[in-house]
Design a protein around this ligand. Structure first.
Ligand code: 3HC
Ligand code: NAI
Length: 695
């Protein structure tokens, strides 16, 4: 029919195949080809039924996001959906891979659906800050009932083909989409099945019409974690229209909601984040065709906080690891923490009951570094001192097999320096996970001066295999995430010396959308470790020191920057802390002033942006969007604000620069504007306009 849609006929069955790699997104050309093919099949007197299928790795994965914001091209979605739905001949959608977003909506407008066993079906539009805008909120509840529809539409996660069959979203599971779809179409003809148009079938809405709590309870459950995001709430409302309004009216209201979200800033930020994550996969400077090394065995050194979390991430992905410790005692402690962690998740229903035992069985705990001999990848997560790291790496050099990738999880230390402890610096790199490592998705893959391209590719690919989001960065103190974060942490502390309280600073951060504030985080990590380290180094942080002197070591002590009731992790503001801060300031001769929330936000966030600009200047990261991905997946930056660099572009870099200059006078070099930022402002440009590396 055209370059991207093919029409074949197998006697009475027309087969329409979309072939628009990589994901058969519904571009204007695909819509044109689809409409023309269906019309041609309808007017062909030989054709009795139509199968819609896709070539390549997937069914339609949705509207073409790359065409968003461009002038609309015909045929419109409305026209396409009407042609499909009103076809007098049955249309069977045959789904493999992913049937997502507009792709599932196209399938829903067909009269029958079949799918392969491994197919995933879902409406993930909320993840782009949108709602399904082509009838999904009206047809899905009619296909599967409002409860599951709310789960899928408001949560955005897809369901399996088995569940789709169970809940009536598909009619059959098939082995091959094209031939399975065709066989099903023949069955429809043989059995003279009437066309099933979901728009005319309200049967699955009846229960929720009689008892609205079926719907409202599902919405309450699914919006629990949606704080700050608009789309889940608007999407939930649209499912409500399916229950309350006639189909056409529901469809009209759905489109209103879609257009409102589409025009808003949150959706633009979330679309940006989608592409930012994919851009991060393109590694600058990696020669074309670089193959990663095969990884069959993995060893992790150190079963502490991070080593344990990293081992869990591998086991969660079904990959066995050898976990190396210095003593049986340490090993037992580390293994015990992992077991408890998984058991707690199983108890909450997060993983199957038998998962903890199965996952523990994948972890082979051993004592002694000589146990790494068979590993293709070794990740070190021992104490954070250069001497210990060097000792471990020189031993790894002795024991590891040739070609094994040697990774360090160090937070701050130089990978170049660590690599020098070996005779194979080409195999050494950083794999910096974020805490808790079994939860946070970010993995900074640190490319050192001598890291070989295939070693880098190996780390990136294994990180993806364990469901992490890898971002390639260069060597510097703290790499990207911690280096930027520390600028903000420093200001948070400083603000307490001027009159802000921990609860004010933290409230500004959580209102902005961060998952938690700096001081709650300090309490969780424990204040005593920093205190001891300061004492050793002979440095002071008077407020934090005063808290520790008063036995306020954080959550574990029931008091820190906040107080905690027995058995509770909920931080409660404590007048005692205010008194301690007041006394400290008095002792230091400092006057408290009222610090506005706006100032708190600017003081916390603008140094992050400035540091990001310096990181880009130094070539530590390849593109501003990589920094945003680090923040989204390492620190839980609110996705509807895109990331700090994107957010800065939205505020206007001239405004950010002006504030930095204003603060620089009194607050020091963290506010000294990065030359890159000054240049961009002088040229009237944004971070988003910086030239992107080719690969
Ligand atoms: N439109 C345009 N391009 C898309 C796309 C889409 N809907 N989905 C994926 N792509 C592109 C990616 O940008 C990437 O391009 P690149 O190679 O140039 O970077 C390429 O396809 C491959 O994507 P992934 O790297 O993500 O491949 P995976 O195999 O890991 O994942 C996927 C495939 C599960 C389909 C994943 O890409 C995905 O989740 N896509 C988005 C699905 C989605 O959100 N659909 C809804 C769109 S909005 C909509 O339909 C509105 C409607 O209601 C009217
Ligand atoms: P930890 O103190 O909890 O664990 C370190 C473990 O390594 C201990 O169990 C120790 O017995 C073991 N170990 C020490 N020397 C060893 C050796 N030679 N062989 C085998 N095991 C050995 O420390 P944590 O917090 O897990 O940190 C580990 C590394 O990860 C550090 O480099 C740290 O900077 C980094 N990191 C820490 C994060 C955190 O939030 N805790 C976040 C990201 C990175």
């Amino acid at each position: 029919m055209n370059q991207v849609v093919k029409l074949d006929r197998h006697d009475v069955i027309a087969i329409i195949t979309i072939n628009y790699p990589p994901v058969n997104a519904l571009s204007a050309a695909v819509r044109r080809g689809l409409v023309d093919s269906v019309n041609a099949a309808i007017s062909d007197p030989e054709v009795k039924a139509i199968v819609l299928t896709c070539a390549g790795r997937t069914f339609i994965a949705g509207d073409d996001i790359k065409e968003f914001g461009k002038p609309p091209q015909p045929p419109s979605w409305n026209e396409m959906m009407a042609v499909l739905e009103n076809s007098p001949k049955p249309i069977v959608a045959a789904i493999h891979g992913n049937g997502l977003g507009g792709g599932l909506e196209v399938a829903l407008v067909c009269h029958f659906r079949v799918a392969t066993q491994d197919a995933k079906l879902g409406l993930p539009e909320v993840k782009l800050g949108l709602l399904p805008g082509a009838g999904g909120t009206q047809r899905l509840p009619r296909a599967v009932g409002p409860e599951l529809a709310v789960k899928m539409i408001v949560g955005g996660d897809p369901i399996s083909a088995a569940d789709a069959l169970k809940y009536g979203l598909i009619e059959e599971i098939v082995v091959d989409p094209a031939s399975g779809g065709e066989a099903f179409a023949r069955k429809v003809l043989a059995e003279k099945r009437p066309l099933r148009r979901l728009r005319d079938d309200d049967s699955k809405l009846a229960a929720a019409k009689a008892d609205r709590s079926i719907f409202t309870d599902a919405v309450t459950e699914m919006t629990k974690k949606a704080r700050g995001r608009e789309a889940p709430f608007v999407a939930a409302g649209a499912v409500g229209f399916a229950i309350d309004l006639p189909f056409e009216e529901g469809l009209r209201r759905e489109l209103e909601g879609f257009n409102k979200l589409f025009a808003g800033g949150q959706s633009k930020a979330q679309q940006y984040a989608f592409f930012a994550e994919r851009a991060a996969k393109k590694i600058a400077g990696l020669p074309e065709g670089t193959e990663s090394r095969p990884v069959n065995r993995v060893a992790i050194i150190g079963a502490g906080t991070m080593g344990g979390g990293i081992a869990m991430s591998f086991a969660n992905a079904g990959i066995a690891v050898t976990l190396v410790e210095t003593s049986q005692e340490q090993l037992k402690r580390g293994m015990g923490v992992m077991q408890k962690n998984w058991e707690a998740t199983a108890k909450r229903g997060g993983i199957p009951q038998d998962a903890p035992a199965k996952r523990m069985a994948l972890i082979n705990g051993v004592v002694g570094l000589e146990n790494v001999k068979k590993a293709d990848l070794i990740i070190e997560a021992v104490f954070e001192t250069m001497a210990v790291k060097k000792e471990v790496f020189s031993k790894l050099d002795q024991y590891a097999k040739p070609g094994a990738v040697l990774a360090s999880n160090t937070s701050y230390l130089s990978i170049d320096e660590i690599a020098k402890a070996t005779k194979r610096p080409q195999d050494v790199l950083g794999m910096h996970f974020f805490s808790p490592a079994n939860v946070m998705k970010l993995c900074e893959v640190v490319r050192a001066a001598k890291t070989a391209p295939d070693a880098l590719a190996t780390a990136v690919s294994i990180a993806r295999e364990i469901a992490k989001v890898p971002v390639v960065v260069g060597v510097c103190h703290g790499f990207v995430g911690n280096r930027m974060y520390d600028r903000s942490g420093k200001q948070a502390e400083k603000l307490l010396f001027e009159g802000a309280l921990p609860q004010q600073v933290d409230a500004v951060m959580t209102k902005f959308g961060m998952p938690m504030g700096t001081f709650v985080m300090h309490d969780m990590a424990g204040l005593d470790i920093g205190w001891l380290s300061r004492k050793e180094r002979g440095v002071k942080s008077e407020i934090a020191d005063a808290l520790c002197e008063a036995g306020r070591y954080g959550l574990k002590a029931g008091k820190g920057y906040y107080k905690y009731e027995a058995g509770s992790r909920a931080p409660l503001p404590d007048p005692e802390v205010e008194r301690l801060i007041g006394e400290t300031l008095e002792r230091l001769g400092l006057k408290r002033r009222v610090v506005s929330d706006d100032e708190v936000l600017e003081r916390l966030m603008y140094p992050i942006i400035n540091e990001g600009a310096k990181i880009l200047e130094e070539g530590i990261a390849s593109r501003p969007s990589d920094l945003d991905v680090v923040w989204l997946y390492g620190f839980g930056w609110p996705i509807y604000r895109g990331g700090p660099m994107y957010w800065a572009d939205q505020i206007g870099l001239d405004k950010v620069l002006a504030k930095l200059k204003e603060f620089h006078a009194s607050l020091g070099d963290d506010f000294k504007p990065a030359p890159l930022l000054e240049n961009l402002v002088a040229e009237g440009k944004k971070f988003g306009e910086l030239k992107q590396p080719a690969r």
